[in-house]
Design a protein around this ligand. Sequence first.
Ligand SMILES: [Zn+2]
Length: 641
Amino acid sequence: MSNEEIALSERAKIGLEIHQQLVTHQKLFCSCPMAKSASFNYAFDRKLRPTHSEVGTLDPAALFESKKRRAIKYLAPLDSTCLVEADEEPPYRVNDQALETALIISLALHSSIEDEFHVMRKIVIDGSNTSGFQRTILIARGGYLKVNGQSVGVQSICLEEDAARIIGDDENLRSYSLDRLGTQLVEIALEPTAGAPKIVTCVALALGRLLRSTKRVARGIGSIRQDVNISLDNGPVVEVKGVQQLFQLDEVIKYELRRQDGLIRIAKQIRERTLEKPSKVICATRDVTSILSSSPSRVVKNILQNKNSRVIALCVRDFRGLLGFEPYPGVRLGKQLSELVRFFGLGGIFHSDELPNYGISAQDVSKISSALGMDAEDAFIIIGGPSEVLPLAVREVSDRLVKAFSGVVPETRSAARDGSTVFIRPRPGSARMYPETDIPYISIHESKIRNLEHQVPRPWTEIISTLSKEYTINKKLAQQIYDSDYLTLFEEIVSLTDISPSFVVSKLTEDFVNFERQGYDLNVLDDNIIRDAFVRLSRSQIAKESLPLIFEKILKKEAPNVEEAIASLGIKQLSMNNLKTIVDKVIMDNEQIVREKRNASLGLLMGRCMAVLRGKVDGEKVSKLLRERLEFFLGESVNIN
Ligand SMILES: [Zn+2]
């Protein structure tokens, strides 16, 4: 970590919130199975509107989402949904198994279990739930997680229903599949901790391992999601949603710390430079459509193609240089504003610090400046788009500029693939929960909880040691297979075959991680396919080297199963006789060299043999036979001479 990163992390507080899907046959509040559906039987539409909580306050995030007035389409597969998901029928009672799992996890985290469980409704504002709220049950509070000898506090453990799965999103319509809606999640919120991003990754890893040790949680990508709450100097909290992979966590935190510190530095500059009160910072607004109507700028042309679109310019008092000021690479106020207007389906903004550029000429710039009556120290922002959304975007940009005076804005952001974060919406207010009236509260007898204590798993560190001993594999491999999605399958393959456990682990972990990095969808390789390939290997029907080739063929969808992959790769194991013929032919083809170099020609011959035999025969087997045949040949040739 660089000095700069260390200094930033010392000012940071980072809280993790983990959402883990549970393994079960049913959803949380109905008896539908948890299945990912690919086809849909019916669809219905809803329009988003801001919801008032019981207390009557309007949530800022809900209000913001509702400004977009986007329609929502829900697609429902009959094999995994019923009337509960469609919000046409009240929820059933809470699934017992899910409740049990949440209790076991709470016990494992030394958390104090609530006396009664009340189902609450948490307002959902993005349309990801048909009812407009998500049901959640507080199971336990407090507790701790041990990480490398240190304790990290637990805030709360909740059992909740998962949201619908987003499958499409554009300006006018957002669509969700209902297959995931209502599946069981355990949400664990940890106390915010000070310290380096790396420590947070260790905490997430330890919590993930503890959850997996229960054998009651789902595996695979998307089955665990991390949200991170990040603040600097005890300032406003920014929530970053949807970190799916652990390795992203470190990057996301580092980026967010730079972004927040950048905003603090920008705010300092603004306050030093600007004489105006924040609320007066926008000093003029003009429609500049006519000035830009003949501009060669591609972006402007694209906007004005729509006859209903306009371009608005805002004059920002004393802001010259501040919109493009970049305290860290990629951290600029101008960029924050662009992210904000993208929410309304607009492409972004232009500002005077970056112009003339992008086809907007110096002449256009000066025309806009004089239309706005700008002073030399002022800046301008231009925003273009359809006239029905433009006023909303303009108002949000003005509000955001006011907030820029104080630095970081509390908001919800999402983790992007490159480790950066992108604005989604303001942070929801605290008035988000109210009781679910359709389900009575649940109370659990103390003796039931005492019974569940016996089901709290051993610490994962012990499980890894046992795996290492039992299968005589080193600790690293034991940890790899424990962390992978294939522990059960591994144990099965080792019991079914005589293949070395280390080899099985390396194929199921390292090889599979490589496939994933190459962009293959590992779901294509189901347990039956993987098992079949290993069984064939143990029966010498294929060579060790063929295994990755077979898997790749199936991942590429060029073969549906192991048998056809073998056929199309032409890697059926050769008979000993055929093999001998090939080896002898290689020796004869290189007779000259063999006679000269005698045993020293072995390496070269091996290379030539493998060029023909790679993937068809185990290399060791070829090497052994080649030695025999070479000895035989050299013996013969001595006799001949
Ligand atoms: Zn259902």
